[in-house]
Design a protein around this ligand. Sequence first.
Ligand code: SF4
Ligand code: SF4
Length: 293
Amino acid sequence: MIVAVASGKGGTGKTTVAASLCSVWDGPVTAVDLDVEEPNLHLFLKPEIQGSAKALLEVPRLDEELCDACGQCSDVCQFKAISLLGDVLLAFPEMCHGCGACLEVCPRGALSPNHRELGEVLWGRAGRDQFLMGRLRVGEAMSPPLMREVKKRLSRMTAGREGDVIIDCPPGVSCPAVNAVMDSDVILLVSEPTPFGLYDFALAWEAFGPMNKPMGAVINRAGLGDDKLAAFCREKGIPILAELPYSREVAQSYSNGMIVAQATPELGRAFGDLASATRRLYQEAGAKEAAHA
Ligand code: SF4
Ligand code: SF4
């Protein structure tokens, strides 16, 4: 089972939930930080990093001597990363998505492969668990290509192994967030019971809903705001898997870089219940699918 821990906005406690779930899960997991723009799962899980690799994207290099400004590369590039301006060809490697189409179509061999560094992929162990993360290079604008590299490494790390995967996803509903949840089996949407929390939760529910994956809500800092988020979940039929209290112990534990589930026995039980509810949600969805098949 691949569990995506997502949220409609940052600062909801998504990483706290992901780290805590890893710590109470009923067996070894592979913990993955796909929030490559701002990875911080490692701050809580404190893994021993055992390996790393630079992630590179293939981008075209232009040989102006060979180019006759035919414009075929510009026509095929969907991202305007190579554009014909009058009879001058301009390349913007930082906008390139690495699709390789321009290299394919150039009739004069004026384009050759070059590389842009995206960031790095790091892996290791956090106690009984495997750990994997991506870290975007400062100044790099595109995170999905690096996320693809993290996912490739994940496939290698989990090939032939038992055990579930818990992913700390990027916040929001833009391309990186959708990219992170799309391969998951179950989505946990973490939010807080405030007007902003509800607004972003609803956006995330709309963005991820069409994927038809089992989705459950985790209300963090319960008791802080109002009950409109819970009412929204009831109205839309989204199961509330946990309501985690807003407490001094949680805040202290978070600010000390500790796993919240380990702060008190009550919090440990609350996250243990969330882990069980997540597995049940997944199994029930599988049973429903089998019944309809
Ligand atoms: S590799 Fe693809 S995205 Fe990059 S410049 Fe060429 S056509 Fe555009
Ligand atoms: S396709 Fe090749 S020759 Fe034509 S404009 Fe592009 S780089 Fe120049």
